[in-house]
Design a binder for this molecule. Structure first.
Ligand code: SAM
Ligand code: SF4
Length: 447
């Protein structure tokens, strides 16, 4: 087997949330700045970064099986791939991974990946390295400038979480809440638009908790940031995720009625429809206060598409409490949603609560919840048929001449036409399925 040398090619495999996707892109840029290029499709990479997620079940086992697969593929090819473990599993289990998996050359936490380049050099020299420090905001300043991006790009504006929902590992793996400085965000947004982004999705574990100061030291809230970004010429659309009901401000709600570039879509996790369960989750909102909040968004933006996150089988959840979740879903009629079985996370308060729900009960509840969510998603798509809207083209479809883009309500829309990536095209929505719609181009508009 060839000895470890400086890698020429890399591949980042990102799991989990959009913030990991963003981090994965930034790690890629960092490696490219060192002359390491993306491995061509279908070819093994010299360096593989496993950018892991720790939010639910089997995250750690998945990492070990991925490492085993990479080692085996390397042995078959007579190579020893350099393996880096990054992301939230790295943060939570770094030392353990180093001890158990000698093939891993480096472990790097989500707040330390700006050091990846140096760690690669160390690994090439045979030195294994772990960095799971959490220096406040040091990472972003140390990353190279943005270069080539897709029409729809992510921009992480806030990281970490101080909410400590009793089931969630994020406050432990991503650390305390920090907001990136306003001026840095404006600079990065400008670079993304220069590099071809037409839509920006602002990211954060609690994105609407973002706060900053402008160059005169005046306080700027999340809605102020959105209003400033909306002035960027060349940027057509702004989205954000994920927000928390407790950080919703009057200003953000008003922005949905006033800022044309802010898309009519709100992902606002509720987790449960039962106030007892919400309290045990430490969510500090009730089902009613959540519903009232949605009404305020609908008042300023009647066509807003709503989305949420749900957990079934939280410890102690009764059948009647689960039915309160179903009732909430049927009242809100979500356009999209993410639903999960509760997964005990080591070190979180809920993991040691009484009344852990049996797996088969969770399975059955998840199926019923998903049936309701799917019903409303299809109904939302069907109600869109006949509407005209702008679609931002994000990629080519499966068939020649076919394009795939997103409607303002974040629906996937397929259509054919003489278009290009990043175009904003006027489309009539003609047919609906559960996960996408077919469109007919009315007017191609080169962006
Ligand atoms: N900060 C966001 C919020 O407050 O809703 C969400 C962040 S979390 C990465 C995304 C979703 O994962 C949560 O909304 C929740 O539904 C789900 N989740 C988190 N921990 C979980 C657990 N232990 N078991 C099952 N689902 C979980
Ligand atoms: Fe996790 Fe709750 Fe923080 Fe969201 S608000 S990241 S669910 S602790």
């Amino acid at each position: 087997m060839k000895p470890t040398t400086t890698p020429k090619t890399y591949r980042v495999k990102s799991f989990g949330c959009q913030m990991n996707v963003y981090d994965g892109e930034r790690m890629g840029e960092l490696l490219e700045a060192q002359g390491i290029t993306p491995a061509p499709e279908g070819e093994d990479a010299d360096l593989v970064v496993l950018n892991t997620c720790h939010i639910r079940e089997k995250a750690t086992e998945k990492v070990y099986s991925d490492i085993g697969r990479l080692v085996k593929a390397g042995e078959e090819a007579g190579k020893k791939p350099m393996i880096a473990v990054a992301g939230c599993v790295a943060q939570a289990e770094g030392e353990e991974i180093m001890a158990r998996a000698p093939a891993v050359g480096m472990v790097v936490g989500p707040q330390a990946y700006h050091r990846l380049g140096d760690m690669v050099k160390d690994a090439a020299a045979g030195r294994r390295n772990t960095d799971t420090d959490m220096p406040e905001d040091a990472k972003f300043a140390a990353l190279p400038a943005r270069r080539k991006v897709a029409a729809s790009a992510f921009l992480t504006i806030q990281e970490g979480c101080d909410k400590f929902c009793t089931y969630c590992v994020v406050p432990y793996t991503r650390g305390a809440e920090i907001s990136r400085p306003y001026s840095d965000l404006l600079r990065e947004a400008e670079k993304l638009v220069e590099a071809g982004a037409r839509e920006l999705t602002l990211l954060g574990q609690n994105v609407n908790a973002w706060s900053g100061e402008d160059d005169k030291g005046r306080a700027v809230g999340f809605d102020g940031l959105i209003r400033t970004l909306a002035e960027l010429p060349g940027l057509h659309r702004i989205r954000y995720t994920t927000s928390h009901p407790n950080d919703m401000t009057e200003g953000l709600i008003a922005a949905h009625g006033e800022v044309e570039k802010l898309m009519p879509y709100l992902h606002l996790p509720v987790q449960s429809g039962s106030d007892r369960v919400l309290k045990a989750m430490n969510r500090s909102h009730t089902a009613q206060s959540y519903l009232k909040l949605l009404d305020r968004f609908r008042a300023v933006r009647p066509d807003i598409a709503l989305s949420g996150d749900f957990i079934v089988g939280f410890p102690g959840e009764t059948e009647a409490e689960f039915e309160e979740t179903l009732a909430l879903v049927n009242e809100v009629k979500y356009a999209a949603a993410y639903s999960f079985k509760y997964s005990p996370r080591p070190g979180t308060p809920a993991a040691s609560m009484d009344g852990q729900v049996a797996p088969q009960v969770m399975d059955e509840r998840l199926q019923r919840l998903q049936a309701a969510l799917n019903h409303h998603q299809l109904a939302f798509n069907e109600a869109s048929v006949g509407k005209n809207c702008k679609v931002l083209i994000e990629r080519k479809g499966k068939h020649p001449g076919q394009w795939l883009g997103k409607s303002p309500w974040l629906q996937s829309v397929f259509f054919e036409g003489d278009c290009a990536m990043g175009d904003l095209v006027e489309v009539e929505l003609v047919q609906a399925g559960p996960n996408s719609l077919a469109g007919r181009v009315l007017q191609p508009a080169r962006a």
